[in-house]
Design a protein around this ligand. Sequence first.
Ligand code: DPM
Length: 322
Amino acid sequence: MTASVSAPTHTVRIGSRKSQLALVQTYWVQAELQKQFPELTFEIHTMATQGDKILDVALAKIGDKGLFTKELEVGMLSHETDLAVHSLKDLPTNLPEGLTLGCITERENPADALVVHEKHRDKQLETLPPGAVIGTSSLRRLAQLRYHFPHLEFKDIRGNLNTRLQKLDEGGYDAIILAFAGLHRLEMGDRIHQVISPEVSLHAVGQGALGIECREGDQRILEVVQALEHTPTAQRCLAERSFLRELEGGCQVPIGVNTAIDKGQLTLIGMVASLDGQKLIKDTVIGASENAEQLGKDLANQLRQQGAQDILDEIFAMIQRG
Ligand code: DPM
């Protein structure tokens, strides 16, 4: 079935980062939209974001929210582009005035994945030797893995997926942790050595889903992007984003989640951990999936009552000190 739009123009301009992963994701959105709206033309406009330009500084130290999204947002606000495709987990929970999250697409496997150096091919996360060096720039992965495996060492790693895999293969690390979804989308799923269970690592808010951002009130574009909305994913991600927003966490905080929907009931698990791996607070809420946002707030309050805010305040203070 083909939806119809009363378009004043037949061209829709899509903003995207230039990274290989961003482009694969944007091409997918372009192709799906083209199928639904054969009468429209979808153009891709690539832009470099701050996060693409600063490669030598640990992400948490840059700390700026919207590191991978700001330039794309300016493009929409200045009407150079009409929508932007993001990895949902890179999209801050509070968007600039005038922009809205128009669509959340169907989620890939949101789990984290372990990729090991060749010499550890017979090992699992559980059996890596003491002192093994794990590459990650994610405070969330670091804190959870330290909590579960205090004998492992951690070292920052930056760059795109290929760069990271190369640094691993060259021996700079014993293993690295990456999102299953990114490796899979780049057809590098064969590098996944172990899918890490949610008992060990709760994934980032929005991980594995794409978010399409557009101008608020731009009915023509909203109608177009909503064709790609996947309701169960959207409900899960809205709960996750509401949880993160309520805890005032940016995209670089040791906060993890897991969600599932069964017979209209949404289960949301969330955790906050300290960077030294000493403290980890985790809890669960269950409720109607239509109340996704409220569930996220409820869980944030539950965790706060158990001391989550103290952990986060300590981390914010530490990051600010640099
Ligand atoms: C965010 C984090 C990372 C990205 C932090 C986190 C990972 C940083 C790192 C918010 N964004 O997950 O705790 O490991 O150094 C990113 C990836 C994807 C989107 C790559 C990855 C692909 C998967 C997806 C970077 N953003 O996590 O390995 O679409 O979910």
